[in-house]
Design a protein around this ligand. Sequence first.
Ligand code: RIB
Ligand code: CA
Length: 353
Amino acid sequence: MGGVTAADAVIPVFADVDTGVDDAMALAYLFASADARVVGIASTAGNVPVDQVCANNLGLLELCGTSEIPVSKGSQRPLAIPLRTAEDTHGPEGIGYAQLPVGGGTLTDYDAAQAWVRAAREYPGELVGLAVGPLTNLALALRLEPALPRLLRRLVIMGGAFGYRGNTTPVAEWNVNVDPEAAAEVFSVWGAAWGLEPPAHLPIVLGLNLTENAVMTPSTLSRLAAAANSSTTPMSVLDDRGTRSAAANPLIRVLEDAMRFYFEFHFDQGEGYIAHLHDPLAAAVALDPDLVRYRQATVDVELTGTLTRGMTVPDWTGHWGRHLNARVGIDVDPGVFFERFIARVGPFAATLA
Ligand code: RIB
Ligand code: CA
């Protein structure tokens, strides 16, 4: 039997989340992945205020038996504008109809930006960063540690929309739109830092054009419960709103209650009784970039457009004469992603029964 190869090694991951229904599912995926070790979590204000994000993260860790993972609190607000939250999308507490246990863990005595830097310095060249909320704390971390781009092995950002409509304005995606200045700063700093590095180190940027291929349906969700050997509550748009899951498994029950709110939101948006799993797809890519096809670009963010503020603009062909700063996701096989999601999260949930 061969020794452990680099390919088999466990990947240290730092997750920056605005938990959030799909953020919670992304964290569950990482906890369920034998090839990942979450070494820190940054709580970023976004879907709900930062204190609620912290409570959701601590509660999810308690539920998943991973309370040893340090959770740090980020900025109360974006870099330059007031915070806008999305309780209509993710529920009043950010996790749909779900009830999480009160987390037994406590927040670190350092903030989220410092947590990014501490983790990168602890795992130089090994740490994979995953940012699936507004980029406020990543931007602050880059101000603290300009060498961060070279300390990280990989960065995956869920944000933006490339050749595709927005979900918050006609052209802007939520994470970028909450804090456009932070997104612009991250892309600018990365471009400058990466000007001298091989493109392989470019941040992976997964916009709505890619992540809206990850369409969760009630039948897929019931397959997850089966993989956890759990009872389930089949879901339909015909159900009374807010019907609670009777799943026996505690994690399946939370995910079903969270997803029902998310299904209802997407239905009300005219997208059908489905849900886009933006952040879990980004988490899967953080562990395996080969899940997605990419196109390199120089990405910038519109900050002053009356109609277009928050829009991510890709320069695919060098019009601006600036350094590349992104590998933009352009294609994915959602079936491969869902098979992997179920194959990992199902058995993990079963261990919590
Ligand atoms: O636009 C989708 C993104 O915004 C996801 O990260 C979701 O959690 C919300 O934060
Ligand atoms: Ca998110």
